[in-house]
Design a protein around this ligand. Structure first.
Ligand code: AMP
Length: 300
């Protein structure tokens, strides 16, 4: 699951994100926490962000987009994440869209916690006063003065995201002024509805695929039929041709035989004729020699 919690500072995003982490086993990615850690560690990003944060203004887009791009690559974010405090500008939202698209990841929902700014300022003022009374350290950007700057930044730069995500049909708005438990309940209802809609869409896609498969299956034999018929007919023709060729071969063979026979018969006749002629010549010669012998006897 991939979620965005949207809302001004003090709306309770951090508290609700923690509850979602426990319920869904996904990570909370808070750019505010990451920047504070960078400030505490004195990294180049921290040094760049320190004064901006203390004034209640926004850190440059490329800095936070870079932080998030690296963070969602980490193994613990593979199962899903809750973005808390990011995106805060339309440019950041567009960068996130591109990032998710590139990674073929889907954003499930954007939950806006709607609060009353006046009530928020009162809340912070009371809390800061109590902390100071107890001698506790107050965050530099958690004073009523800085808070009003942060609220102004929210209105000018972050509130346009309400339209951005509502146009993309991702937005659900919840009353952030309710008790923490009630807000959690409403968030869970939204997430259940999103999950239901997702599984309905998946089922529809699957049944669409099945129908398409069925139609394709039905269409296949129909389109194959004529081809099969033609192949069968062609086979028959070929068979007939083969038969014809065979019988032609046989005929040729027999006519060859007949010719041979005729030839030999003719040859036989010719030989007989020669033999007869020879017999005739021999007879003649015998006759002649008999006559000559007779004449010789007579003379003696
Ligand atoms: P947060 O704890 O989320 O209220 O953030 C504290 C401060 O960190 C903000 O007032 C900003 O100065 C800075 N910050 C946190 N997230 C962002 C962000 N997405 N874009 C720009 N600045 C941010």
């Amino acid at each position: 699951m991939r979620l965005i919690l949207l809302g001004p500072p003090g709306a309770g995003k951090g508290t609700q994100a923690q509850r979602l982490v426990h319920k869904h086993g996904i990570v909370q990615l808070s750019t505010g926490d990451m920047l504070r850690a960078a400030v505490a560690a004195g990294t180049p990003i921290g040094l760049k962000a320190k004064d901006i944060m203390a004034s209640g203004a926004l850190v440059p887009d490329e800095v936070v987009v870079g932080i998030i791009a690296d963070r969602i690559e980490e193994p613990d974010a593979k199962k899903g994440f809750i973005l808390d405090g990011f995106p805060r500008t339309v440019a950041q939202a567009e960068a996130l869209d591109a990032l998710l698209k590139q990674k073929k990841l889907n954003l499930d929902a954007v939950i806006e916690l709607k609060v009353n700014e006046g009530a928020l300022l009162d809340r912070v003022a009371t809390r800061v006063a109590q902390m100071r009374e107890r001698g506790e350290e107050v965050r530099a950007d958690d004073t009523p003065e800085v808070l009003s700057n942060r609220l102004a930044s929210y209105r000018a730069q972050t509130e346009p995201l309400v339209d951005y995500y509502s146009e993309r049909r991702k937005l659900a708005t919840i009353d952030g002024m309710m008790a923490i438990e009630e807000v959690t309940e409403d968030i869970n209802k939204v997430l259940s509805a999103v999950a239901e809609a997702d599984s309905a869409r998946a089922a529809k896609r699957a049944s669409g695929k099945k129908t398409a498969k069925r139609v394709a299956k039905k269409a296949k034999p129909a389109s194959k039929k004529p081809a099969r018929k033609a192949a069968k007919a062609a086979g028959k023709v070929a068979k007939k041709g083969k038969k014809a060729a065979k019988s032609a071969g046989k005929a040729a063979k027999s006519s060859k035989k007949t010719a041979k026979k005729a030839k030999s018969r003719a040859a036989g006749t010719r030989a007989a004729k020669t033999r007869a002629k020879t017999r005739k010549v021999a007879k003649k010669a015998a006759k002649k020699s008999a006559k000559a012998a007779k004449r010789l006897t007579k003379r003696r």
